[in-house]
Design a protein around this ligand. Structure first.
Ligand code: NAD
Ligand code: UDP
Length: 338
């Protein structure tokens, strides 16, 4: 029995594939290569030391998806495939709703057709919206999201909840990620954004390697200790290990499960800059800029539910996240090879 990993060659998917195979879980990987390189497959293979099946396929391609289920013995799915750039989603809402929401509908329908009713879904802390106060807990009301990307996550959560209500033999796990950063210890896998990075850590590492002149710090007038935004950064390998536990959960039990995957600790933008400088020995020039539209001051998790029910908690601290991000960036200045 294999787990189908959609979007499995992307940043979080690739790290998750390594941890799944290292813990003895067989995987089948599917990706349309829209936001990753095929060489990510080779890097995963080199790390785990064994081959695995890869399908180049779009989740919206019903026929292609059916073939995967026809050919493979898939009992569960981890669903990473999606577009994730907040700013781009404002410019291209139809593309985001089509890819993320319509793609998920096709995936779920094909799963149902083949009697596969276990799914772990990549949701996001963004579903908590602007109004909940951190630490964010799974039973808080979700919604009130401010951009099309966030709305796709919220809508897919609603779809999965409605699906479970209609048929309790599904096993559905919604994982709400906080801010994944870091990279594999080997320095061979990491985050490889296209163009100008939207997120803080890849921007910092590109400044450190000399690709960008300075970091723009979006606002220093928030009600936080140093005025900059506070987030719950989580090492991507800890996040990957959370998926190993989530797959065990959906394979073992029917139900609808919702977990935050975060550390429960918030760091400011300037904390991250300082920690990165310490880990890398490189100074990061920065400039204080206006706030970025849609940002909130403080966002961090209450991670206790995942500890109690999945026996999972994040083990890696900010220093290690910075060291590993830097190792990846410095060893692969241009990311994955073409
Ligand atoms: P990523 O872009 O690196 O990985 C997503 C992968 O999905 C890519 O390899 C892409 O080519 C593939 N893909 C996209 N659309 C597809 C489609 N229609 N069919 C097949 N493959 C498709 O992103 P990531 O950071 O690894 O994120 C994985 C998931 O986690 C996404 O759903 C994202 O929204 C969610 N998430 C990410 C973050 C984050 O900060 N990285 C935070 C919260 C949630
Ligand atoms: N940020 C910043 N400069 C950047 C990118 C991000 O100051 O170039 C800040 C952003 O305002 C937020 C934090 O860093 O306070 C994390 O932003 P990111 O985009 O990485 O994640 P988000 O929490 O917005 O999903």
């Amino acid at each position: 029995m294999s787990v189908l990993v959609t979007g499995g060659l992307g940043y979080i998917g690739s790290h998750t594939c390594v941890e799944l195979m290292n813990s003895g879980v067989d995987v089948v990987v599917l990706d349309n290569l829209y936001n990753c390189k095929k060489s990510s497959y080779d890097r995963i293979k080199a790390l785990v030391g064994k081959d695995f099946k890869f399908y180049e396929c779009d989740i919206r391609d019903r026929e292609g998806m059916s073939k995967v289920f026809e050919n493979e013995d898939i009992d569960s799915v981890i669903h990473f495939a999606g577009l994730k750039a907040v700013g781009e989603s404002v410019q291209k809402p139809l593309e985001y709703f089509d890819n993320n929401v319509n793609g998920t509908l096709v995936l779920l329908d094909v799963m149902r057709q083949y009697g596969c009713k276990k799914i772990v879904f990549s949701s996001s802390a963004t579903v908590y919206g602007m109004n909940n106060v951190s630490p964010l807990k799974e039973d808080m009301e979700v919604g009130g999201v401010t951009n099309p990307y966030g709305r796709t996550k919220y809508m897919i959560e609603c779809i999965l909840k409605d699906l479970y209500t209609s048929d309790n033999s599904w096993s559905i796990c919604l994982l709400r990620y906080f801010n994944p950063i870091g990279a594999h210890k080997s320095g061979t896998m990491g985050e490889d954004p296209n163009g100008i990075p939207n997120n803080l850590m890849p921007f910092i590492t590109q400044v450190a390697i000399g690709k960008r002149e300075k970091l723009n710090v979006f606002g220093n007038d928030y009600a936080t200790k140093d005025g900059t935004g506070i987030r719950d950064y989580i090492h991507v390998v800890d996040l990957a290990l959370g998926h190993v536990k989530a797959v065990e959960k959906v394979r073992g039990e029917e139900g609808l499960f919702i977990y935050n995957l975060g550390t429960g600790v918030g760091y400011s933008v300037l904390d991250v800059v300082k920690a990165f400088e310490k880990a890398s020995g490189v100074t990061i020039p920065y400039e204080i800029c206006p706030r970025r539209a849609g940002d909130i001051a403080i966002c961090y998790s209450d991670p206790h539910k995942a500890l109690t029910e999945l026996n999972w908690k994040a083990e890696r601290g900010l220093e290690e996240m910075c060291e590993d991000s830097w190792r990846w960036q410095s060893q692969n200045p241009d990311g994955y090879p073409d």
